[in-house]
Design a protein around this ligand. Structure first.
Ligand SMILES: Nc1ncnc2c1ncn2[C@@H]1O[C@H](COP(=O)(O)OP(=O)(O)OP(=O)(O)O)[C@@H](O)[C@H]1O
Length: 313
């Protein structure tokens, strides 16, 4: 549904996008994550036809964002990271205004505004002036605004930034709902664990380049190298740490109370063999499991290590 192909974009001496390529399948919620200045907003602006790339191509549903910009605008909804709302307009008027800009016939606009306000959980704010809404409500109204022309693709630049936990949870619910409606959603965020919850896949960017892309599980695996393990025993943890240190693939053993933590570089069969060795050695093993990294830790690891490109998804 979305394809970036070798996109480069410079601002003076700053290379905002450097041969950036990514493919995003239809109907997915796709997260774009990266540190400040990674190029997320630049990539989204190019997709939204608001910036021209210096090199490379980008398409939305097969339409070129430069050659067929007008058609692209008809099938995307774009929510920028910073946006204003107009003074002196009520929520319904605000939505009707944008519906008019999208050539929705006048008789359909009131019903559409009502439906959209319900969709973003603002049905009781129809007659409230938009500049008096809370930040979270403004964000949701802005999202409703992106939906007036029923776009296939939504491009949401940090839609949850600056929101409190409740408002973020509401935003997440709405994004889930949009997925059920069949939309393809590209979303950028710094709130990484939240992206993990709602995204089918994520791409990590750094310095204008794609670092890694895939499902959250794939990314945590790619970034992992040796896995961190934890084994809990009824007693003799210190002795077990010594034993483990002699086993292949085991490093950095650390006994702490009734548990031992260590790094393990091995496949599942080797992991099973290790458990068997512990049990055969007489250690009373209560638990043995991998300590899974969350997306945030994976993100820190891959951006620090600069993992090679793994292509799009
Ligand atoms: N209009 C502009 N003029 C000059 N430099 C720009 C412009 N827009 C972006 N840049 C630069 O391009 C790089 C990428 O910026 P971009 O806003 O795309 O990153 P980002 O990943 O969205 O960052 P953030 O998370 O801080 O929003 C940065 O170094 C930024 O300073």
């Amino acid at each position: 549904m979305i394809r970036f192909n070798g996109i480069c974009k410079n601002f003076g001496a700053t290379r905002a996008l450097d041969n950036f390529s990514l493919e995003i399948g239809r109907g997915l919620v796709y997260g774009l994550i990266g540190p400040n200045g990674a190029g997320k907003t630049t990539a989204m602006s190019i997709l939204a036809t608001l910036l021209l790339p210096d090199a490379g191509t980008a398409t939305v549903d097969g339409l070129d964002v430069v050659e067929e910009a007008e058609k692209v605008r008809g099938i995307i909804g774009y929510m920028p990271d910073f946006f204003g709302v107009y003074d002196g307009l009520r929520a319904t008027e605000y939505l009707e205004f944008f519906a008019a800009a999208h050539h929705i016939p006048a008789h359909r606009r009131p019903g559409l505004a009502k439906t959209l306000l319900e969709l973003v959980n603002l049905p009781d704010k129809a007659d409230v002036y938009v500049d008096s809404l809370s930040r979270g409500m403004k964000q949701r109204l802005a999202l409703a605004r992106c939906l007036v022309h029923d776009p296939k693709v939504l491009i949401l630049d940090e839609p949850a930034s600056g929101l409190d936990p409740r408002a973020r949870a509401e935003m997440k619910e709405i994004i889930r709902h949009l997925k059920h409606l069949g939309k393809t959603v590209l979303i950028s965020s710094h709130i990484l664990p939240e992206l993990a919850e709602i995204c089918d896949a994520v791409a990590i960017m750094e310095k204008g380049r794609l670092v890694v892309a895939g499902t959250v599980a794939e990314i945590t695996a790619v970034s992992r190298g040796a896995r961190q393990m934890r084994v809990a025993v009824l007693d003799r943890a210190g002795e077990l740490a010594g034993f483990l240190a002699t086993r292949p693939g085991v490093s950095e053993t650390l006994a702490d109370g009734q548990e031992v933590r260590f790094l393990f570089d091995g496949n599942q069969a080797e992991q099973a063999a290790l458990l068997q060795a512990m049990v055969s050695g007489g250690w009373p093993v209560v638990e043995f499991a991998e300590i899974r990294r969350n997306l945030e830790e994976a993100f820190m690891a891959v951006t620090a290590e600069g993992v090679e490109d793994h292509g799009g998804n």
